[in-house]
Design a protein around this ligand. Structure first.
Ligand code: PFF
Length: 448
């Protein structure tokens, strides 16, 4: 519990700043490259409805729990538990797993960030290369062949992220998100308007929102639970850390509600935009890097005004990646600076650590002889260790701590003045969310 009391803790300039920063963390690549695909694969309408239920019953309670732990303790993701228990607490292990997860995620996020930067640059200066399948294939291969160039992009991504965090919580993180998130919403609206003019628009809406019961399976349900949890960046302590900069009189429940609504609307809009483009060109749907770096570039070259749309799209992806990675850096930085390190020293040591680890991730996907550990590339190992092990376990522990350990005053009474809302949130927080996360964790660990 030895904490640095030298500098007063940062406080967001206003609630809008917190909301934009938390939404910036939540809205990420998952909204663009994962949600549309899993929705399509699981029958559209019913899946979307079930996903919305998961957002309310799983993602929202976990998010509220994390923000509450941060706001009440005014401490980082590890020490918050000791502050709230008023003694050294073994619950801090959950926070430590979160901190470790942020470091692993950042290391491979930087590699993806370099691909995004490269494609953004190519959409401006080398758009003619999007015209053929070979051109697009070659572009992606170039990322691995021109090793030093792509590592250069990776360094730019890392430095940009750290540069923002170095400017501070309000002057860096809050200002970036207050600018980029409204910008991101404008780009989404523009792309939506554009896609409504394409031939595949109504087919895309039908596909996403039509009720196709046959394609909706138990596997799809678990997918929805897992994604709802991942999409709000739960389980790594980001919301604890960001919550610790929130004024003590800020009302958490409506703020968290707004954040999950923004995140869900961005996911749904991305689904409509991507499916419209895919259907207009009668292409096959894909997910992940293949969707962003292989399928879509080829399609951009075929649609009217494609270059402008491509630049807007890659700008959108850049914004989502940057705002999420900034939130990842703040978690260990807050931890180290609360421990007494200066913010500058915390940032420098973390910068060295992430640069080294992300170099191994880069080698593992770029070299002719990929660097592997336990039969996985370092990139995949970091990805799987964080998303399949650390995130579910720490998210599960965060919600248990909030629901069962915090007693007087009861967080439920404070958060939900309306009795019926309190009753619902008690059931979701104490029973539904922990059981759903446990189910997903078991499925991830044993069956994938
Ligand atoms: N919420 C992000 C997305 O939907 O893409 C993913 C994410 C970012 C998860 C950061 C966890 C995290 F710490």
């Amino acid at each position: 519990m030895k904490e640095s009391m030298n500098t007063p803790r940062a406080v967001w300039n206003n609630q809008f700043g917190f909301m934009m920063s938390a939404a910036g963390s939540a809205v990420g690549l998952g909204n663009i490259w994962k949600f549309p695909y899993i929705t399509g694969m699981n029958g559209g309408g019913f899946f979307v409805l079930f996903y919305l239920l998961c957002i309310v019953c799983v993602a929202l309670p976990v998010m509220i729990a994390e923000i509450y732990i941060g706001q009440k303790s005014r401490s980082n993701a590890v020490n918050a538990f000791c502050v709230l228990e008023k003694r050294p607490s073994s619950w801090k292990i959950a926070g430590m797993m979160g901190v470790l997860a942020t470091i692993l995620i950042l290391s491979f996020y930087a590699v993806v960030g370099s691909w995004i930067f490269y494609f953004l640059q190519q959409s401006i200066f080398g758009f003619e290369r999007f015209a053929t399948r070979e051109g697009v294939q070659h572009l992606f291969l170039e990322m691995t062949e021109l090793a030093w160039v792509s590592f250069g992009y990776q360094l730019v991504f890392i430095l940009a992220t750290f540069g923002v965090v170095a400017a501070g919580v309000t002057a860096g993180i809050e200002r970036l998100n207050k600018t980029l998130i409204p910008g991101l919403v404008c780009i989404i609206v523009l792309l939506l308007l554009y896609s409504s003019q394409l031939s595949g628009f109504s087919q895309a809406c039908k596909f996403l929102f039509a009720f196709n019961m046959e394609a909706f399976t138990a596997g799809g349900m678990l997918e929805a639970v897992g994604h709802s949890f991942f999409t709000v960046s739960a389980g790594v302590g980001i919301m604890i850390t960001y919550g610790s900069y929130l004024r003590s009189d800020a009302k958490i429940a409506p703020i968290a509600g707004t954040i999950v609504i923004v995140d869900t609307l961005v996911a749904l809009a991305s689904g409509v935009i991507i499916f419209t483009i895919v259907f207009s060109e009668q292409a096959a749907m894909s997910e992940g890097p293949v969707l962003i770096f292989k399928t879509l570039p080829l399609l951009f070259a075929q649609i009217p005004g494609g270059q402008f749309i491509a630049v807007m799209f890659f700008l959108l992806v850049t914004f989502t990646a940057l705002t999420s990675s900034v939130s990842l850096v703040e978690v260990p930085v807050a931890y180290l600076s609360d421990k007494g390190m200066s913010r500058k020293a915390a940032l420098s040591s973390l910068l060295c650590c992430i640069t080294c680890l992300s170099f191994f991730c880069f080698l593992s996907v770029s070299a002719a002889e990929p660097l592997t550990l336990f039969g996985l590339t370092v990139f995949d190992l970091f990805d799987q260790l964080s998303s399949k092990v650390l995130l579910p376990i720490s998210g599960f522990l965060f919600v248990l701590f909030f629901g069962y350990k915090l007693k007087s005053p009861s967080p439920f009474v404070e958060l939900y003045p309306a009795v019926w809302v309190r009753a619902i949130m008690k059931v979701t927080t104490l029973v539904v969310a922990p059981s759903a996360i446990a189910l997903v964790a078991v499925k991830l660990l044993l069956f994938s």
